[in-house]
Structures are given as structure tokens and as C-alpha cells.
Design a protein around this ligand. Structure first.
Ligand code: 13P
Ligand code: SF4
Length: 307
């Protein structure tokens, strides 16, 4: 039995030659014990570069699966396999997704990384919120975009491209309440609204800055403003407070009075589960080798474009 989970994790990292990667939506302690904290793109890049034998992925399934596809020879552990993503789930059932694609012959599928490996395997290119605009601009001809329709609509507006959108949403970002953000702005004159592009059109209209989790954190760090209304999962506020504890960060409220701006999938990962998974090296992510090979090409294309 261990007494201090922080010490135990450090000991296990050495014993197993393991690296802990964490997304910005993880709870504060997990961000603090991680060797690397980042957005989806940075985590894929970190997974590609690591020399460790074992990757402990503190995030959700599609992120750990991406790390495994990039590192088939390494052990990739997700401390709770139930940590999914509403966007990845929206692609199911496969027959429906493939029937949608079949309606648009000659179109290239650009897939948001929040998707299962089988969708990536059907894609021309993968993107994340931090490189999506560049990926669209680098692609000629007609485009299908999925699974996030909010991000897709935002990208169509930004690039002037006519994207055919799959009808998926993020259960966290789709429910921020415009009316409550307007009220918060009125109560906090000078406050800037920072929003992730998975938010609805109405919320993005209220935003002073739109970007990925790392973009939002960077904007808050570099801005001269003192108050921010944060329209993304509030896990990002941990890094903001570390950089500027004197500033004020207000999590944007969802439609209902509930804690549903917290991603229920991301928050399935706990410090205790991290310790247990490091001790047993379970549960591991496995990807069918044929699927892994097919999805590697569009992932590598994205990584090459994003260097
Ligand atoms: P980022 O790529 O911006 O970190 O976003 C990941 C995500 O799941 C947003 O909900
Ligand atoms: Fe998926 Fe939304 Fe959670 Fe991000 S916040 S992992 S898009 S459910």
C-alpha cells in the first residue's frame, strides 16, 4: 500500500519507464503529476516523440487510441476505458456514417481527431482544433467534415469553403447558454469571452477569442485583460491560474444549473486510477493492425503539415 499517490506515481514512472501525458481537461492534480500537459495536437506530437516504453494517457479514448496508432510497439494505458467522447460516439453506427459518405462521391473526408480509428481510416486528413483551418486550406476539391458540426460550420465561415457536415456535437460545448454569458459580460465590464470552436454559433458570436485549449490558455496568459469568461471545459483554468493567479477566470455556465460544463468522460480519470493502472499496466489500448495502418496515413499527413 502506498501513502502518497504523487510519490508512488514518480516511483512507477521510473520503474516502468513510463511517461504520463495529460489533456488540459484533466483534474488539477493529474495535470500536476503529468510529464506533459497539452491540447490534442500537442499530445499526439508528444506521443510520437517519446522514448518511454509505456504511455499512461490521462485523457479520453480517442486520444489514447491516436497515441497507440502512432506507437504500435509501445504499451498505451488509459486508466479508465469508459472515458469516451460524445463526438466520437456520434459517428456510430458505422453503416450510417458510410452511407453519408457514399452520398458524396468525389469528396475528401477531413476528420476531427475526436473520432474513432475506423473513421480516421476512411479519411484523407485528420485535424484538431488548433490546425483545422490550415488543414482545410491545404485540401483541394470538395470536402466532407465530421464529426463536429459546430467546428465545421465555424471552419466553413472562416475559410469560405462549402463543407458538407456530419451532425455531431460535443455534449459539453453545445450547451453553454448565450443568455448567461451576456449577463456575465454585463456584470463584469471589460471581461473577455474565450471560446472553443466546438461551441454553438451564438456563443462564438459573443467570443473575443476563439481557439483550441492551448490557444485559449495562451491568449489569457498574454492578454492585458484581468477577467475572462471561459467557454470551454474548466480544466483549462488550472494552467491559467498557474500563469496569472491575480486574474479572474469565470467558467461559462451551461443551460441548466449543473456541473455539466465539466466533461464527464475526461473526469473519469482519477489519481487513484492512474496509480492502479501504472501498477498493473492495465487497461491497455489495442487497435486492430489493419485499421491502425489505414488511420496512420491521414494522421501522419496532419502531423507533417503541423510541424
Ligand atoms: P483541444 O484539441 O483544443 O485540446 O480540444 C480537445 C477537446 O476534446 C475539446 O473538447
Ligand atoms: Fe469529447 Fe466534448 Fe469531452 Fe472534448 S469535452 S472529450 S469533445 S465530450
Amino acid at each position: 500500500m502506498y501513502h502518497d499517490p504523487f510519490e508512488r506515481i514518480e516511483q512507477l514512472k521510473r520503474e516502468k519507464n513510463a511517461v504520463v501525458l495529460a489533456h488540459y481537461y484533466q483534474e488539477d492534480d493529474i495535470q500536476d503529476i503529468a510529464d506533459f500537459v497539452g491540447d490534442s495536437l500537442q499530445l499526439a506530437q508528444a506521443a510520437q516523440k517519446t522514448a518511454a516504453d509505456v504511455i499512461i494517457f490521462c485523457g479520453v479514448h480517442f486520444m489514447a487510441e491516436t497515441a497507440k496508432i502512432l506507437n504500435p510497439e509501445k504499451i498505451v494505458v488509459l486508466p479508465d476505458l469508459n472515458a469516451g467522447c460524445s463526438l466520437a460516439e456520434s459517428c456510430e453506427p458505422r453503416e450510417k456514417f458510410e452511407a453519408w459518405m457514399a452520398k458524396y462521391p468525389g469528396h475528401k473526408l477531413i476528420t476531427y481527431v475526436n473520432s474513432p480509428a475506423w473513421v480516421k481510416a476512411l479519411s484523407w486528413l485528420v485535424c484538431t482544433s488548433s490546425n483545422a483551418e490550415m488543414v482545410i486550406e491545404a485540401t483541394d476539391g470538395p470536402i466532407l467534415f465530421g464529426p463536429d458540426k459546430n467546428l465545421g460550420r465555424y471552419l466553413a465561415q472562416k475559410t469560405g469553403r462549402d463543407l458538407v457536415l456530419w451532425d455531431g456535437v460535443c455534449m459539453v460545448h453545445d450547451i453553454f447558454e448565450e443568455r448567461k454569458i451576456i449577463a456575465l459580460k454585463a456584470e463584469n465590464p471589460g471581461a473577455l469571452v474565450l471560446a472553443h470552436p466546438e461551441c454553438t454559433e451564438g456563443v462564438l458570436h459573443l467570443a473575443d477569442y476563439i481557439g483550441s485549449t492551448s490557444g485559449i490558455i495562451k491568449f489569457a496568459r498574454e492578454s492585458s485583460a484581468g477577467t475572462f469568461i471561459v467557454a470551454t471545459e474548466p480544466g483549462v483554468i488550472h494552467q491559467m491560474k498557474k500563469a496569472h493567479p491575480e486574474k479572474t477566470y469565470i467558467p461559462a455556465p451551461p443551460e441548466e444549473d449543473c456541473a455539466c460544463n465539466v466533461c464527464p468522460h475526461m473526469r473519469l480519470i482519477t489519481l487513484e486510477k492512474v496509480v492502479a493502472s501504472m501498477e498493473s499496466l492495465q487497461p491497455q489500448i489495442e487497435v486492430d493492425p489493419v485499421l491502425a495502418e489505414k488511420s496512420l496515413a491521414p494522421l501522419n499527413r496532419m502531423l507533417a503539415l503541423s510541424k
